[in-house]
Design a protein around this ligand. Structure first.
Ligand code: CA
Length: 611
């Protein structure tokens, strides 16, 4: 009896110890993946001293990898095509005793679920979940999470969450966007300024202030049922300094040594510069983004595998339709290409857009897949953001006309489209969560705003807008990043105005919303503006004219950023205009019978459907 009791006691201790002390990532996986390999990161006290035992048909241990830290074991599994969905115990045995045990599940893939296609027919809407809407005040503070609710602090947590997004599905649909790009939602258990989500402290967990993993899946299902797609914001360059492994790294070179490389020099040009010094290249690649974000060493194959599997896990688990990769050129470039290639294997033609924040097309084009690069590099990224056009739009609208200034900037940047694998796959945007608010960039001039929006939704590429741009939100450079990410008015109970409703939008804000809504709805119905060819004319006197055309339709866009009304010189545009007799003015909602004297008011853009 005494023996039995002590046996039970030991047994009970072992079980509770095992369950609470072992961490295995990915927590579960799937059968039927194209790549049969799976690498498990196992973390528990002195786990490397144990032997790994598992028995499951179609699952074999390929390799056990130990590191300098005995608290980690990496298990390479091979999952054969005949492996059936189910669970099996992975036992960690020391001196014939199971010291840890983990019940590993291989789930069945949902064959009916296929990522939706995202292309030029789409329009993206970027939102920051902490700042969009607070759908559940019960999760505003979580006892285990350090950064507490403080809506008065621009860098504090404001309480927005996944439910706040789901609550406003009708708003997205009414506005006319097709796809949400949601800023990072994984746990950021940092002591301060954690609201933006880029300092991840657990790569497999939704931040509880936003909701649970199950809530995330439910939100995506809900958005899909409403015809909306989702792009997940991912970060493969760094983690947060409060990530659980920072207290006990798997090995010294898991992250790059900040004592040696210091901070990043933010010179992504070093990746494509034929004359780059090793010092500068390393500093871009291995320097830390900020002191609170340790820089991953993706040249360590264990780190690379961890990040690649993590991305695939989220696609398979949550059915997201695309990925926006943060800081694309600051991660090791061959890793980045391997990461995108691994996703392509499982999900052909998957939408991946990289944040290659550079100011020249010759720089940005390097980061698009199959670019004709001098060193043969291909990023395997189908899409990158069009930063050069973003800068040109801002400067072009703010300037008077000269040889190389004003709207000529838009023309000049588009002339360089030949550098891109496919410029129509660029994601265009007037502003984002890191820039000044577009309305502030253009000195709160509504005429410039109107032209900027018309341009954004009618030039080539996949357009993206940032939440609040449709509400003429402003930002003050002196107030820092928090001010670019103000709360959506009406997203919080008790807000004085509710701009989710038409009644809450008045004056110029109503004009801006209605303009964008009109443009989005018209664009959706006009494939010519999505996929059609582009022809443009060199701007004169700050008047920029371009056509989008296909076999069925021709649309002429005229931006007049001149202080005076203008009439087009028919002869210059007759190669297009001579094929038509009249036009429909989309924004003015009127017919135009005289194409020889097309007039455009000062500081205005018009869209003409040629008939
Ligand atoms: Ca909340």
């Amino acid at each position: 009896m005494k023996y039995l009791l002590s046996f039970l006691l030991v047994f009970a201790l072992t079980i509770s110890y095992s369950i609470s002390q072992i961490r295995v990532e990915p927590m579960f996986w799937w059968t039927g993946m194209k790549n049969p390999e799976l690498q498990l990161l196992c973390y528990a006290p002195k786990i490397a001293e144990s032997e790994v035992l598992l028995k499951y048909d179609g699952v074999n241990i390929d390799q056990i990898i130990k590191t300098s830290n005995p608290n980690y074991l990496f298990i390479n599994l091979k999952i054969e095509p005949n492996a059936k969905p189910g669970s099996f115990a992975i036992n960690f045995v020391k001196a014939k005793k199971t010291v840890f045990s983990y019940n590993y599940e291989l789930k069945a893939r949902n064959e009916k679920r296929k990522p939706a296609k995202i292309d030029q027919s789409d329009a993206l809407y970027l939102l920051m979940p902490d700042r969009f809407a607070n759908g559940d005040t019960a999760n505003d503070n979580i006892s285990t999470l350090l950064d507490k609710y403080n809506r008065t602090d621009p860098y504090g947590r404001h309480g927005g969450d996944l439910k706040g997004i789901t609550d406003h599905i009708d708003y997205f649909k009414d506005l006319g966007v097709s796809t949400l790009w949601i800023n990072p939602v994984l746990e950021n258990n940092m002591p301060q300024a954690s609201y933006h989500g880029y300092a991840i402290t657990d790569f497999y967990k939704i931040d509880e202030r936003f909701g649970s993993n199950a809530d995330y899946v439910k939100m995506i299902e809900n958005l899909h049922q409403n015809g909306l797609k989702v792009v997940m914001d991912m970060v493969a360059n760094h983690c947060g300094s409060y990530h659980w492994w920072m207290k006990d790294l798997p090995m010294a070179n898991w992250v790059n040594d900040s004592a040696k490389y210091g901070m990043c020099n933010f010179r992504a040009s070093t990746l494509l510069d034929p004359y780059a010094s090793k010092f500068d290249y390393d500093k871009n690649n291995r320097g830390w983004f900020v002191p609170s974000m340790p820089d991953f060493n993706q040249e360590n194959p264990l780190v690379a595998k961890y990040l690649i599997q993590n991305a695939i896990w989220w696609i398979e688990y949550s059915n997201i339709d695309g990925i926006r990769m943060d800081t694309q050129p600051y991660a090791e470039k061959n890793f980045m290409a391997a990461w995108a290639a691994a996703i392509e294997v499982e999900y052909p033609n998957y939408f991946i857009v990289g944040e290659a924040w550079l100011n020249k097309p010759s720089f940005v084009s390097y980061f698009m897949k199959s670019a004709k690069n001098w060193d043969g590099y291909s990023s395997n990224y189908g899409h990158v953001f069009d930063f050069p056009l973003h800068f040109a739009l801002k400067d072009g609208l703010n300037e008077g006309s000269s040889w190389d200034k004003g709207l000529v900037r838009l023309y000049d940047i588009l002339c360089e489209d030949y550098l891109y694998t496919n410029a129509f796959d660029l994601v265009t945007f007037p502003d984002n969560h890191d820039t000044q608010r577009f309305f502030s960039m253009i000195n709160e001039d509504y005429g410039r705003f109107q032209q900027g929006m018309v341009f954004s939704f009618t030039t080539r590429g996949i357009p993206m807008i940032y939440y609040g741009t449709e509400l003429l939100m402003t930002s003050d450079n002196a107030k820092g990043d928090g001010d670019k990410r103000k709360d959506f008015p009406g997203g919080w109970a008790g807000d004085q105005t509710n701009m989710f409703t038409a009644a809450g939008r008045t004056g110029k804000i109503a004009d801006a919303y209605n303009l964008i809504q009109t443009l989005l709805k018209w664009r959706k119905e006009n494939p010519v503006v999505q996929y059609g060819k582009l022809k443009h004319w060199v701007p004169n006197d700050n008047v920029y004219v371009y056509a989008r055309y296909d076999e069925k339709k021709t649309v002429l866009v005229i931006m007049n950023n001149n202080e005076k009304d203008q009439v087009l010189q028919y002869e210059r545009f007759s190669e297009i205009l001579s094929n038509f007799k009249s036009a429909y003015d989309v924004l003015g909602q009127k017919n135009l019978s005289d194409l020889k004297n097309i007039a455009v008011k000062a500081k205005t853009a018009i869209i003409l459907e040629l008939k």
